[in-house]
Design a protein around this ligand. Structure first.
Ligand SMILES: [Fe+2]
Ligand SMILES: [Fe+2]
Length: 242
């Protein structure tokens, strides 16, 4: 499985058992290349983590359809409310009549109860949901890297952390998944465009993520990563504290 749109370069690859990375490269005038990734967890109750920006909906739809029938989607999940995280939420709810938005309690209360065409399932911190083989735990991570409503999902069957905007790497020609350095490139990106809130709780929150022992980091922007995720998260905490 690879390219699903020759025109945009959108591509899909399985990066862990039953977890597919959908990637679309873009170029911003004067700012260089960037990528938007969504992750599809194929299971009895399939889940899409992040929708992509609203204008990218046809591309992401085409890529999901390459893996499973779009109408089978059960959850449209996201880390926090921004266009690339959930801009096409209502388009997905229309395309998948049984699907519901899945987000943290704060996102539901502040935005999604109003913005979404169907009511969300709102997750409490630490809550576990089962899709069949895959089990995802919601960890509420306020302001890490940004957004009062922010949180992440840890998939326990594959030890995959759906880490959203953490470890954002610039560029549009990165490998699907790497065991190489992503902290250096993501720190370089952060120093050019600082998208972190710099909450004083970052160290405690990152330690909570590290304690889950992830071996795959499903980054939203840039390559996915494989290795000792706990160590890398602690290195990020040290870089933020420096
Ligand atoms: Fe974001
Ligand atoms: Fe993002």
């Amino acid at each position: 499985m690879s390219t699903t749109s020759k025109q945009s370069g959108t591509n899909v690859h399985e990066i862990a058992d039953g977890i597919y990375r959908i990637n679309t490269p873009v170029r911003f005038e004067g700012a260089g290349g960037f990528t938007f990734n969504q992750y599809l967890v194929a299971d009895d109750e399939p889940l899409l983590f992040h929708t992509g920006p609203r204008k990218m909906f046809p591309l992401v739809h085409e890529a999901v359809a390459r893996v499973l029938p779009v109408k089978n989607l059960h959850y449209i999940a996201f880390s926090h409310v921004e266009a690339d995280e959930c801009g096409s939420l209502n388009e997905w709810l229309a395309a998948a009549p049984q699907a519901m938005p899945l987000c943290g309690a704060v996102a539901a209360m502040v935005s999604i109860n109003d913005m979404a065409d169907r009511a969300p399932r709102a997750l409490a911190d630490g809550e576990l949901i089962s899709l069949g083989t895959h089990h995802l735990r919601w960890l509420y991570m306020p302001h890490l890297p940004h957004g009062w409503d922010c949180g992440f999902l840890v998939e326990e069957h594959t030890a995959t952390l759906l880490c959203g905007d953490l470890f954002t790497q610039g560029g549009d020609d990165l490998p699907v998944i790497t065991e190489g350095d992503i902290l250096g490139p993501s720190e370089a990106f952060r120093h050019r465009m600082d998208y972190f809130s710099h909450t004083k709780n970052a160290g405690v929150l990152l330690e909570r993520l590290a304690a889950t022992g992830p071996t795959t980091l499903a980054c939203m922007h840039g390559s996915a990563w494989r290795g000792d995720g706990a160590q890398l998260l602690r290195e990020l905490a040290a870089a933020l504290a420096a």
